[in-house]
Design a protein around this ligand. Structure first.
Ligand code: FAQ
Length: 343
């Protein structure tokens, strides 16, 4: 039973949970009306509900991209598990990287409710037909990078993802609630790594500052290309996704909130953010910041970032090496099902 089983729209529709409409079937006028009413009433769209194919495809694109980001995002920090500076740091980092795998699994499951197979999504990732976040194409050169990822990358992820807990598609919104709780632990552990380094030796402080210098601008790019003011006419997905209640804020607005949140945190850490144009604007009630290198962003998206090739090669290799696990799990499931059929 779903939230939208209650209320006037559900009663009028008489929806039958056992017969979900096929993905490619166009909506008739009554179904389109029900969909629009549910969106208008801020209700959730559920897997059994009729939805326009373009809404379904937008969600598949975004949720899959998000899932891919989580599992590719295990690599930069996974690289430091064997080199974490203490047993405590190692245990925490392992838990964090495992959480990222878990987030990928919730998200692939949410995407599957839209009628697309997980194997197919992974194939699209491995063959470059679907994206993952630009941020994971940068290298982790020192231990401080694990701190910078937690603080900046998870910080940006939280800013972007808390509004997704109110996404109009039920399974995605529900997955995001749990993910955001875990992301906030991740951000604190990153802050704490940097806090410790900034209270250490001069060399440790320099290492923390260098990591922040390298991750700050790529973190700002995570929110996506400009999409307000003149850029709103630029043809991105924001306008439509906001009308459907998938995105709740424009990329630029979330980026600004992120900058406003991070500047005081950087001050507490004693880290200088690498932007000479960063200053409080009392008139706007926000921090102004310098121009972002969008050429770099598009270059990374096209596959020409520092680690794109390495990340995909590693992912494909891990997938191939895991084939026997998938085969064993499938054989076990078949055996269980045949036992249950006999009983
Ligand atoms: N990287 O019109 P928009 C994490 C693409 S998870 C790559 O603004 P949209 C956890 C976009 O796909 C991080 N591509 O598009 C963690 C589109 O191209 P397309 C991932 C990007 O979808 C932490 C084109 O540019 N988070 O960090 C990026 O409405 C630490 C035009 O852009 C999510 O996926 C980018 N940064 O908005 C894990 C959150 N930005 O598809 C491990 C969910 C834009 O037409 C360690 N996703 N593009 O070919 C979203 O909220 C949205 O998809 C946006 C983009 C905001 C990313």
């Amino acid at each position: 039973m779903y939230g939208n089983d209650f209320g006037p729209t559900a009663q009028a529709s008489g929806t039958d949970a056992d017969t979900p409409p096929g993905p490619d079937e166009p909506l008739n006028a009554a179904e389109a009306g029900i969909f629009d009413d549910l969106i208008e009433a801020e209700q959730r769209i559920e897997p059994r509900d009729a939805m326009p194919d373009s809404y379904r495809q937008t969600l598949v694109r975004q949720i899959a991209q998000h899932a891919h980001s989580e599992i590719i995002g295990m690599q930069p920090e996974g690289n430091w598990i064997t080199r974490a500076p203490s047993l405590r740091r190692k245990a925490i980092l392992m838990a964090k990287v495992q959480d990222e795998a878990g987030h990928g699994l919730y998200l692939y499951s949410a995407a599957e409710t839209l009628g697309v197979d997980r194997e197919e999504l992974l194939d699209r990732l491995h063959t470059g037909r679907q994206r993952y976040s630009s941020i994971f194409n940068y290298p982790t050169l020192t231990w401080a990078d694990c701190g910078a990822i937690g603080w900046l990358v998870d910080g940006a992820a939280i800013m972007n993802q808390v509004p997704l807990c109110r996404c109009s598609y039920g399974p995605y919104a529900r997955a995001m609630i749990r993910i955001c709780k875990e992301e906030s632990f991740h951000q604190r552990q990153g802050f704490e790594i940097l806090w410790t380094l900034m209270r250490g030796t001069e060399k440790q402080q320099a290492m923390a500052q260098d990591a922040a210098d390298r991750w700050w601008w790529p973190a700002l790019m995570m929110f996506g290309p400009p999409d307000t003011g003149e850029a709103a006419q630029g043809g991105g997905h924001t306008q439509q996704s906001m009308a459907w209640g998938i995105k709740r804020f424009a990329n630029d607005d979330l980026r600004q909130k992120f900058v406003d949140m991070m500047v005081p945190q950087a001050e507490r850490l004693g880290i200088v953010l690498p932007d000479p144009e960063l200053r409080w604007n009392a008139e706007r009630g926000h921090y102004d910041f310098g121009p972002i290198d969008w050429e770099e962003f598009w270059r990374v998206l096209k596959g020409d970032g520092p680690c794109n090739a390495e990340r995909i090669a590693h992912r494909v290799q891990a997938h191939d090496e895991g084939a026997w696990v998938r085969e064993a799990a499938t054989a076990y499931a078949v055996k269980q099902a045949s036992r249950e059929a006999v009983a």
